[in-house]
Design a protein around this ligand. Sequence first.
Ligand code: PLP
Length: 450
Amino acid sequence: EAEIKKSYGEKDQEHLWHALKPYQAQAAPLIAESGEGSWFTDTEGNRYFDGVSGLWCLNLGHGQTEIIEAATEQMKALAYFPLSFGHKPAIDLAEKLNELLGGGYRSFFANGGSDANETAFKIARQHHKQSGNPEKTKIISRYRAYHGNSLGALAATAQANRKMKYEVNVPGFIHIPPPYAYRSAFGSYDDDDLRAAEYLEQTILWEGPESVAAFIMEPVISGGGVIHPQSDLYYKKVRDICNRYNVLLILDEVVSGFGRTGKMFGYMHGESLYPDIITFAKGLTAGYLPLGATCVKESIYQSFKDTGTTNHFRHVSTYGGHPASCAVALKTIELIERHDIVKQVATLEADVLSQLRQLTSHALVGEVRGVGFLYGIELVSDKASKKPLEDEQIKTIVAACQKKGLIIGKNGDTVPSGGNVLIIAPPLTSTREDLTFLVETIQEVFAEIE
Ligand code: PLP
């Protein structure tokens, strides 16, 4: 009997469990087959512009042959080696990251962002224990932030609907509001940055400074709805407060790292926002292979000096710092530098943002925010009350873009609406023509909505 050949659509529904999507949404999955630059083609032959760089990671687009060759060459030379020993690409990458961070940082490699943040939390706690502050264990993070899927990173994540089914959450994590002028937790647009920073200090004092190990934040909240302070003031205050109470500042630069915000790293938007620990993934390899990095100040590393007892870091990841991933990261950074990608993003940013800002005249658009190639369009059903637009309507907008060949994202954290911020984060190598297509398609979709 001749076997009836199933389509990938049918096989997908039979076998694959999709990330993030509700069960019923799997009825008509988009199945990608090939990619070129910022565009990809699905199994039906439809071509799309990837306005979210996969999951904000495919920063240099598809088809970077030098990256592909770097991975191949590395695999031919040495397929695998653990970092309980060493290998050249990991050493070269640690050296390069230290150079980019201005010196004084040491790198521990992981598989991705969640893993890099877990590593950061463990390092922060153990560092304090070995520095005479054994009670410093609590980690403060901010509402709306996403820090990863594993239970510790999820505990730092402060998006209720991502965690409520996995309770009891890991204890010892505390959340505070981010600066978010449009919906200020402090009822103040003008003072929102200052109040948000002061709330961090107040929280440390309420909890007891002797109990707080670290504060983790993204310089710009990405998946939580592209939320950033209005000025440098917030960053300056945060750094001062962390210094005052010996609270380690962990910067999650999984999304903002490597050019996404128009600077090499997001912390460069603050004059003095240097991190004690900084975590990377995604753009570190431009999405070509999995890799995470946790870079720590040398002074923190020194507290792990093994005195022959138990002070070393008892943490291992089989694939963390895989030789091919490190080789890919090195080539990615080389390409970013050689082609001046960060400058290119900074040059094109203003044009894209000003065109997207024109959407604020639309009845459903409350605010357009962003920096570099990371934009958020906050949708409301009523501008005066700022009532979030219903999830169904937002899904219709995302679907209308997809129908016109444009993939955009949305945040998924707001309870109960399900997220009312459209997120746009094109590959950093997108051309002017690409960006014109992106902006014009969104404008068309909004023009078609009553
Ligand atoms: N941190 C941030 C800011 C992220 O956006 C993400 C993923 O979206 C993570 C951490 C987790 O990274 P991964 O999915 O590689 O574990």
